[in-house]
Design a protein. Structure first.
Length: 321
């Protein structure tokens, strides 16, 4: 074993992992809190060790080579295992334990309002530190690196989508919480309600879009593009609840699209809202169905703390559906 690892520096693996996500040496240096020269040296060692360019410099970013693409999931798995081993210890109780969750913001607003108190009860601990952050483009990486215990987000059921469950990294597991086909939301005085509700009305009016992982379009837009149409997205906000709140303005003629499961929350807080089915064929509606899932690293599948967290989230969802 000593001869196989002689000269092998595990720091270069950590540098590789962060460069892969950030696509730049400077971005990786900021994430790791070291000088760019340190990252560059680690990358040079990695290139020499594997006799591969690892990343190709382009005008805008570093692009992984085919070998690097093959290497990435194995390195992520190794780093996660190393962190797990380093943190293994017997814990007589959960007091003082830290829990890190990543959730799409509307989950916390609409469904998981009692998640903190539920976790305290399940773990029989008063002194838990629970940190909840909003889902973002880097959340999968945080779960892989062990910075977050569990993530909850929506994935697209269309196999062509980059957000389909099959496109998740091989070291990420998921459990489906429920499925949802989004609906259209407008206020009661919206002019669209005086028209026949049909596809032409749906496509004619301007839309409020949602920025998810820095993108304002999703599989709905892909489906529309395939049949020769495009939504007029003239306003983009951070989450579904904000979109519906803006659409509730009596002077607003744009329409919002949000999960159907949000309807009880919406009608309780915005009494002037109307929910409409998206006027598309059953085939397209099936393709735009969203799978809401809980995500975790495969090495946490039988970890007691992780199982308790997942069970708590699953119970919160199942009690409402």
């Amino acid at each position: 074993m000593d001869s196989l690892l002689k000269g092998f520096d595990f720091k270069m693996l950590e540098s590789f992992s962060v460069i892969y996500v950030e696509r730049s040496v400077r971005g990786a240096s900021k994430r790791l809190g070291v000088n760019p020269s340190t990252i560059s040296k680690n990358l040079a060692k990695l290139r020499s060790w594997y006799d591969d360019e690892i990343f190709i410099q382009t005008p805008n970013e570093l692009i992984p080579t085919p070998f690097a693409e093959q290497l990435y999931p194995m390195i992520e798995d190794l780093l996660s295992t190393a962190k797990f081993i380093s943190q293994m210890k017997s814990m007589p109780d959960w007091n003082g334990e830290r829990i890190n969750l990543i959730l799409e913001e509307h989950f916390l607003t609409v469904l998981l309002t009692n998640i903190s108190s539920d976790l305290h009860k399940l773990m029989d601990a008063q002194c838990l530190e629970i940190n909840i952050s909003n889902w973002n483009y880097n959340s999968i990486s945080e779960i892989i690196h062990g910075k977050s215990d569990v993530g909850v987000c929506g994935l697209e059921s269309c196999i062509e989508s980059r957000y389909h469950p099959d496109k998740l990294p091989i070291n990420i597991c998921y459990d489906v919480l429920f499925r949802d086909v989004p609906s259209v939301y407008v206020h009661k005085d919206h002019p669209i309600l005086s028209e026949e509700w049909c596809f032409n009305s749906f496509i004619k009016y301007e839309h409020i879009g949602i920025s998810w992982e820095n993108k304002k379009e999703w599989v709905l837009d892909t489906c529309l593009n395939q049949i020769g149409y495009k939504r007029k997205i003239t306003l983009v906000v951070a989450n579904f609840i904000h979109a519906v709140q803006l659409a509730a303005n009596p002077d607003e003629h744009r329409i919002a699209i949000a999960p159907t499961y949000c309807w009880p929350y919406i009608i309780n807080n915005l009494e002037n809202m109307v929910k409409l089915d998206i006027p598309l064929s059953d085939n397209i509606l099936k393709r735009i169905e969203v799978l809401y899932v809980v995500l975790y690293h495969k090495r946490m599948k039988y970890n007691i703390k992780n199982e308790i967290i997942r069970g708590c989230i699953q119970n919160s969802f199942s009690s409402r559906f």
